[in-house]
Design a protein around this ligand. Structure first.
Ligand SMILES: *Cc1c(COP(=O)(O)O)cnc(C)c1O
Length: 235
């Protein structure tokens, strides 16, 4: 094997095994919570890893993937989609208004709708292209300054605006809890906001806490490093 310091992206032979383990834990967490394991979609987060690292997961039947950057997704996924046309690509990172056109083209689900300007831009591009990716509203449950997402106290009004004014196909909510807080409080808050707004889908839980998220009703867990390995540190 090539030493990892010279080839930080060399294919991890364990991707398929890691994936199977995460799938099993998701299913177990669902059963423990009295939920149907089929009600939870594992979104495999491939960011920073090249296309060939997606193949072991695709070959094992994994079809939902997450990326946090539009440009990276544009480079990585069209080729894979030709071979696996039924895959579903989720945007889980911040979306700038000037990248909306590309995002609508590349993604099947946009999980990070969080402000009126973006909602309006999405509505315009959807009307123009006829492509309508599912939209999740990102909620900044920890009210962190540096984090994207609508504040919890503004969530109901923003959800209504997205549906009524912009006619976006809003199907769920997404959150990223603060790193140093008990995630379950945030998962519970997100679930409450979804329930009172009649939204069925909840994207919450990452490698460190996806089992907890499933216990609190996650329909989508976004798991990266537990499947693909540790990402190189950002420069
Ligand atoms: C990177 C990322 C994940 C996956 O994180 P892991 O801890 O590697 O599982 C999930 N959600 C978002 C929004 C991310 O940016």
């Amino acid at each position: 094997m090539i030493p990892s310091d010279t080839a930080p992206h060399s294919a991890d032979p364990d991707i398929a095994a890691n994936l199977a383990e995460v799938q099993a834990k998701v299913a177990e967490a669902a059963r423990a919570a009295g939920r149907d394991p089929a009600a939870v979609t594992l979104v495999a987060v491939g960011k920073t890893f090249p296309a060939d690292h997606m193949l072991p997961a695709l070959n094992a039947g994994q079809r939902a993937f997450g990326e946090n950057r539009v440009q990276e997704a544009e480079e990585k996924w069209p080729g894979l989609r030709t071979r696996f046309p039924d895959l579903r690509l989720h945007l889980i990172g911040p979306l700038q208004s000037n990248k909306v056109r590309k995002a609508v083209d590349v993604f099947d689900v946009i999980e990070t709708v969080d402000r009126p300007k973006l909602a309006r831009a999405l509505a315009n591009v959807m009307a123009e292209t006829g492509r309508r990716p599912d939209c999740f509203i990102q909620v900044n449950t920890g009210a962190e300054d540096q984090k994207a997402g609508v504040l919890p106290q503004h969530a109901d009004a923003f959800i209504a605006q997205c549906r009524d004014d912009f006619a976006l196909p809003v199907t769920g909510l997404m959150c990223i809890p603060p790193v140093d807080e008990e995630p379950s409080l945030h998962f519970q808050l997100l679930a409450e906001i979804a329930k009172r707004n009649g939204l069925a889908q909840l994207s919450m839980g990452m490698s460190a806490d996806y089992e907890i998220a499933v216990a609190f009703g996650a329909t989508h867990v976004r798991v990266g490093s537990a499947i693909f390995g540790t990402r190189p540190k950002p420069a």
